[in-house]
Write a protein that binds this ligand. Sequence first.
Ligand SMILES: [Zn+2]
Length: 462
Amino acid sequence: MPRVNKSFVLILLPFVFVWPASAANDTAHDEHLAAKYGLRVPPASREIPPAPDWIRQAEIVSSSAAVWEGYEFLLKETPVTRLVRARSGHTRMRLSDYYPEEKVSGLDAESVSGILLLSHVPHSADAFRLAHEHGIKAIPYLHFMCVHTNYADQDIFYFEHPEILMKDDKGHWVHTGMDGSDRLHRFRTCANSPSYWKLSLAYVKKMMEWGADGVFIDNAGRRPACFATQYNSVRNPEFEPYVHEHLFPDASHDYAWGRFLEAIRTLVKSHGDDKIVVLNSGIGDPWQSTGDCCMWESFIYSWAWEGRRHTWSDVKAKAKANQWYLDAGRRIVALAFLEPKRHDMKNNSFWAFACARLVDFVLWVNLDHTEVEFLNRVHLGRGLESVQETEQVAHRFFENGLIVLNDSLRDGEITIRVADGFAGTQLLDLYDGKATVPVDEGMLKVRVPSKMARIFVAHATE
Ligand SMILES: [Zn+2]
């Protein structure tokens, strides 16, 4: 026994003394740089407070562009000064570039009635105002992985700020690779650049001051290493002299990205505890908890494949892996890409809704102007029990209804015991729209075909 204790001490000691020192180096930011750019770097958060109540109560959120009336994305010609290659050498010239301006004149509120949150809304104070007039929260789509070069992207003309662009190990700028193509007009940005922090936080602040209820941040995944600080001695005549700096000099790009997201979260929350950050995806990344919600993009259905890809078992596995996040009061928003031209809207939206709600995910789907727009207005409320499952038929009672999902290969009529606390005496079958199911001595019987789902609401709601 004494020998065991001895080796235990020997193994632990190096960790006790070495780890804190190296961790301190990795995570310390350069205070001189922070001061130079006027940045207040919030401390790395260790707590996971719950998301605001309103998003925890959401059942469907949406990002439909079709609900906006009179939407225009304009590129306003803007005079700029650039260093341009002339016959010999580079010369400063006055050129025209573009500054985006988004306009919107109205919101088709009927088509999103019942929806608590619209994302990807036009970057316009009018969009936030219109949404609020109809009792809807609204957040803009933002991205911080790269900068588009066709116009001032999120208020950044890339040629005015070459210091925010990352470089690979050979000193090359990095294009955005996407869908198998190398996007020429997008350059990867460095989340460790204090200049990029300053410019990005200013844009988030502008959105919040325009009335945003938070932000949606795309491309929240891993960041490749940035080598740009090693190439500062190379003078590029296409730009005024500049230096690429790292706010966290000894940290990885991934680490800096996590802290960058923390800084955005802190700024968003400074506008009110009810404001939110939604990440795409962040799920499984070290910075997942900087999001009130993380998006599962292409949940079961996608533009990239036909039919259903993820199974009911896949959905349960993802929920299990994220139970800590859900238990902390955060949400997974599950984006199912469904469109009338390609999908059986009714059966598939019922299936997606059932899969999401059974595991307490929020379904993100655009159902406006479809035959199932009414699902936007379904509010089942809090779950009264965990998911019950027998022979591949799952069900769960909620305050205002019941979901039944038949994952088996047989059509089934199943008998279900009503959960404690459920007050309804009969349920309306939303799929049929007219049929009611009576509760008889605490039991009810429903029919659900193979690989289909049904939603029942307490009849008193009609
Ligand atoms: Zn960098």
